[in-house]
Design a protein around this ligand. Structure first.
Ligand code: NAD
Ligand code: UDX
Length: 436
């Protein structure tokens, strides 16, 4: 099939590459000239494992092409996938400016039937608004449908998630739309869940908020463990063996970040309240998440006493491993707090340092994790990248001025740290202190 993708971002590019892998022919429209120029040189403006290779393969085979003209994409595909960003506005509501603009462009360039597909994460009833907008601006009597097809990929494993999804959700309100969506996903080996458009839109916000709720529950449990002497990893292990609960997304830490959970949880609360349904269970997720990082900072401050002029090493800047995405990254919030307190920071991240340098040009960007520790009064771990989990703790100890680690992701080898006589603070676990 010929398919169009609007927005060459984290979702759009992965969608394009994966649809091409399944045999479709794709035209991607991107209006950011710098990003587009990069794509035409074979460069992707963000880091996503496996994406570059897959995209190169299909660009070379002419199954994926790029354009700066969104109107060209309206003409090209039988289905047009809207993959533009929906960032939060200052009140935490999703800003629909970009989706609305695409709807108008589609309307103004629509000549024949097209299936317009929302892949961006949008509030329930957005399809109705897109329909109304296209209806208002379209020239002549052209038929179209609007479907919802939420995206569930995770950054860092986006290609794998998209090629082998747990399920594909298609919200449709006509037989023609359903049949086109089934054709798009013919090559995917997973359940295709067909729902009403509104249910599909809600599935996305509900799924993200539920996952964020699980993490938040684990983070609250961690507080209870710290207060009671229990160990959160042991507790969630015991819970997660019950397959109704599972171990997924019960990892306690310094809170969730990223471009989705924080914004989608707030959006769901707004959507619900605007519909007259109070959402205390959703509101508490984001409040608890914010205070989780503040508690971590309080532990650091309590242990180190005066932070002014202290040198601190930070491992991990991205909001999670295997991405260079800094959107809502806990490390960035922590850096702001530590800088305000006068600390000097030596930071490291395998891929997110160039992006961090744009916001914090004044930090020391280390050549490697050990270099970050050089002469530092303590090490703080914000992201559980594999090299940090496997780090040689003897070397870390020898390089730090004080052998103390604040592990915000419970990823450092506790046994080894204890054997080496290091001090280690985790989340929801008793600290390891030499001689205790
Ligand atoms: P992004 O910011 O990475 O990419 C969006 C792209 O769309 C940008 O490159 C932007 O320049 C382009 N764009 C905007 N308006 C355009 C227009 N009119 N014509 C052409 N290009 C245009 O955003 P993203 O992270 O890919 O997210 C896209 C949507 O998918 C959001 O609604 C998000 O909530 C949702 N989502 C994101 C993820 C994720 O992991 N990032 C996962 C699932 C769902
Ligand atoms: C999320 C959803 O998982 C995905 O389905 C959706 O399409 C987009 O939003 P993403 O934000 O890429 O994906 O990453 P994810 O792996 O879900 O992690 C989000 C945040 O939660 C990260 O900051 C991560 O560190 C944190 N997290 C995750 C925890 O703190 N504990 C966990 O157990 C899991």
């Amino acid at each position: 099939m010929k398919l169009s993708v609007i927005g060459a971002g984290h979702v759009g590019l992965v969608t394009a590459a994966c649809f091409a892998e399944k045999g479709h022919e794709i035209l991607v429209a991107e209006h950011n000239v710098e990003r587009l120029a990069g794509l035409n040189r074979g460069e992707i403006w963000f880091y996503e494992p496996g994406l570059k290779e897959l995209l190169h393969k299909h660009v070379a085979a002419k199954r994926v092409r790029f354009t700066s003209k969104t109107e060209e994409a309206v003409d090209f595909g039988q289905a047009i996938f809207i993959c533009v960003h929906t960032p939060p506005d200052p009140q935490g509501r999703p800003d629909m400016t970009y989706v609305e603009a695409v709807a108008r462009t589609i309307a103004e360039n629509l000549k024949d039937y097209r299936l317009v597909v929302e892949k961006s994460t949008v509030p329930i009833k957005t399809a109705e608004r897109i329909k109304r907008t296209i209806g208002r601006y379209v020239k002549g009597d052209v038929h179209f449908d609007v479907a919802s097809n939420p995206e569930f990929l995770r950054e860092g494993s986006a290609v794998e998630d998209t090629l082998k999804p747990d399920r594909v959700v298609c919200g449709v309100d006509s037989a023609k739309a359903e049949s086109l969506m089934r054709e798009v996903y013919k090559g995917f080996d997973c359940p295709i869940v067909v729902t009403s458009v509104g249910s599909s839109e809600l599935i996305k916000h509900a799924s993200n908020s539920f996952l964020a709720l699980k993490i938040t529950f684990a983070n609250w449990l961690a507080r209870l463990c710290e207060a009671s002497g229990a160990d959160v990893e042991q507790v969630v292990h015991g819970m997660g063996l019950d397959h109704r609960i599972s171990h997924h997304f019960l990892g306690a830490g310094i809170g969730y970040g990223g471009s989705c959970f924080p914004k989608d949880v707030d959006a769901l609360a707004h959507i619900s309240e605007e519909l007259g349904v109070a959402a205390p269970i959703i509101r508490v997720i984001s409040e608890t998440n914010k205070s989780q990082l503040e508690r971590f900072y309080a532990t650091i401050e309590r242990e180190l006493w005066v932070l002014n002029e202290k040198t601190l090493a930070i491992w991990g800047l991205a909001f999670k491993p295997n991405t260079d995405d800094l959107r809502e990254a806990p490390a960035l919030r922590l850096i702001d707090m530590l800088k305000k307190a006068g600390a000097k920071l030596r930071v490291h991240d395998p891929v997110a340092m160039p992006n961090t340098r744009k916001v914090h040009p004044d930090l020391y960007y280390a050549n490697d994790p050990i270099d970050a520790c050089n002469g530092a009064d303590a090490l703080i771990v914000c992201t559980e990248w594999a090299p940090y989990k496997q780090a040689d703790l003897a070397k870390v100890k020898a390089t730090l001025k004080v052998p103390m680690i604040f592990d915000g992701r419970n990823c450092i080898d506790r046994k080894r740290a204890g054997e080496l006589g290091m001090t280690l603070f985790g989340i929801g676990k008793a600290p390891i202190k030499p001689g205790e």
